[in-house]
Design a protein around this ligand. Sequence first.
Ligand SMILES: *[C@@H]1O[C@H](CO)[C@@H](O)[C@H](O)[C@H]1NC(C)=O
Ligand SMILES: *[C@@H]1O[C@H](CO)[C@@H](O)[C@H](O)[C@H]1NC(C)=O
Ligand SMILES: *[C@@H]1O[C@H](CO)[C@@H](O)[C@H](O)[C@H]1NC(C)=O
Length: 272
Amino acid sequence: MMAKLLLVMIALSSCYCSAQVVQPPSPPKSATPPAAAPSTAAQEYLDAHNQARVEVGVAPLKWSQQLAKTASLQVRYQRDRQNCTFANLTKSIYGGNQLWAGGMAVTPRAAVETWVAEKKFYTYADNSCAPDHRCGVYTQVVWKKSVELGCAQASCSKEEASLTICFYNPPGNEAFPLENANLTTRLVCKFIRSFKSAEIAWQFFSWVTYQPGITHDIYTISRMITKLARHGCVHLVDLLLFKIQREGMKLSFSTIRLVIDFYGFQGLNDVN
Ligand SMILES: *[C@@H]1O[C@H](CO)[C@@H](O)[C@H](O)[C@H]1NC(C)=O
Ligand SMILES: *[C@@H]1O[C@H](CO)[C@@H](O)[C@H](O)[C@H]1NC(C)=O
Ligand SMILES: *[C@@H]1O[C@H](CO)[C@@H](O)[C@H](O)[C@H]1NC(C)=O
């Protein structure tokens, strides 16, 4: 009697369990697709990124739950503690793109497309960006070395806005997409010369300063001074001359002449 009762209960319970498990994978064919499945947004972020990447021949990104979780924590922190403002990602170990949108939530695709829209202001040849634009969000989207992506969005009701953050791993938004393994000072000089804009050259020069395995020498500094002097960047020339003096470096004759010419010109301007 007891044994029979026990048997029935097990059967029931296992029947109940299998009903729960089996039913979802075989829905009627006419069922509406799951609208709010968590992976839908992820797929949309991913697709929008990979579409931009394929256009420039860069391998697709993979979705990372860990990055998505980090992004989710970050947007919620910004919403709850920072009035929905942009996160300070200076110290983040991941690359990050952010989008703040007033008045509404934005779809994942729209968020990514906002970043990709900066593409038209970016010039690949000299890695420059039109004034008042932030091409960095675009270059991060298509950054070759990044392989993983994770994104999240928070809706901030008080501010009537939304904040979207995507994280990328490995990070890839140093100002310059150089393979820096064998960056020589000779190569640095070549690059400085090749940039049309003194500002871009200066950014590059500063970026090199923080690269391991390379130190500016008299050649790179002279090259940079020449560039800055020709573009009238007095303040930065001063800064570099100070560095040369401090480190007891010697300038080439032609650089000295250029600096004298440059200061002479500035001096005349000051007098007039
Ligand atoms: C957020 O906004 C409130 C009210 O405007 C202000 O008191 C608070 O200092 C802000 N918090 C931060 C972190 O900016
Ligand atoms: C971001 O954080 C860094 C380092 O923690 C700090 O130096 C910088 O001033 C911060 N930037 C802003 C805009 O708060
Ligand atoms: C960089 O230099 C090392 C050795 O000096 C060499 O093995 C490596 O192939 C070089 N890398 C590139 C990208 O040229």
